[in-house]
Design a protein around this ligand. Structure first.
Ligand code: GRF
Length: 203
């Protein structure tokens, strides 16, 4: 359903979709008044995130392949759905410079570390937490940021710290960072970005 005083949001996923779950819950609870999640697009046809979207009654799409063909298909579906804001939530592809420039200021991402630590090419998912444990940091956390042409390089919107515990494994650390940081700051950052876009649009 199109609600025009809210930003139409597309969430891009590749995996379990716990961040998508947090966004859906936040929208239902009314903590994202400027956000209307209208589409979930996955790069992986088996992503459980697609099941989450379906049970929430949100339109879903799967786009196969990569590179220009993937991005052309993505641009088409975003245009068809009049998307204002793209949210990368566990989305594993790196978007091209062209794509990012076409959506300047309208793509945000959630990264499972306090950027600039443990970010950039090769740092995604559990690898981020393995690197944090290897480095022996006492604090890690999550960062919500705008997406630019540098992987994890865009303007930071919100960050939230999480303590590393002595007996943490990469798996226990990932779970705590998701629950105590990612799932809280992504909805907040989504509302900030959506509100800014709608303010511009309604000028
Ligand atoms: C997690 O490692 C999360 O930190 C990162 O993507 C991975 C999967 O997240 N953003 P999700 O459960 O698919 O949202």
């Amino acid at each position: 359903m199109l609600i025009k005083d809210r930003a139409s949001v597309a969430v891009l996923v590749s995996g379990g979709g716990t961040n998508l779950g947090a966004l859906i819950k936040a929208e239902r609870q009314g903590s994202m008044p400027s956000v209307n999640i209208v589409l979930v697009v996955s790069s992986n046809s088996d992503a459980y995130a697609l099941r989450r979207a379906e049970s929430a009654g949100i339109k879903t799409a799967f786009i196969a392949g990569s590179g220009a063909s993937f991005e052309n298909e993505l641009k088409k579906i975003l245009r068809e759905n009049e998307i204002d804001l793209v949210v990368l939530a566990g989305f594993l592809k790196i978007l091209s410079r062209d794509f990012v420039f076409a959506y300047k200021g309208r793509i945000i991402n959630i990264h499972p570390s306090i950027i600039p630590a443990f970010c950039g090419r090769g740092f995604y998912g559990i690898k981020v937490h393995e690197a944090a444990l290897k480095q022996g940091v006492k604090w890690t956390g999550a960062t919500a940021h705008y997406v630019n042409e540098i992987p994890d390089g865009g303007e930071i919107i919100l960050q939230k710290p999480v303590a590393v515990l002595p007996n943490d494994t990469a798996e226990t650390l990932q779970k705590r960072v998701m629950e105590e940081a990612e799932h809280l700051i992504l909805p907040e950052a989504c509302e900030i970005a959506a509100k800014k876009i709608m303010k511009e649009k309604l000028k």
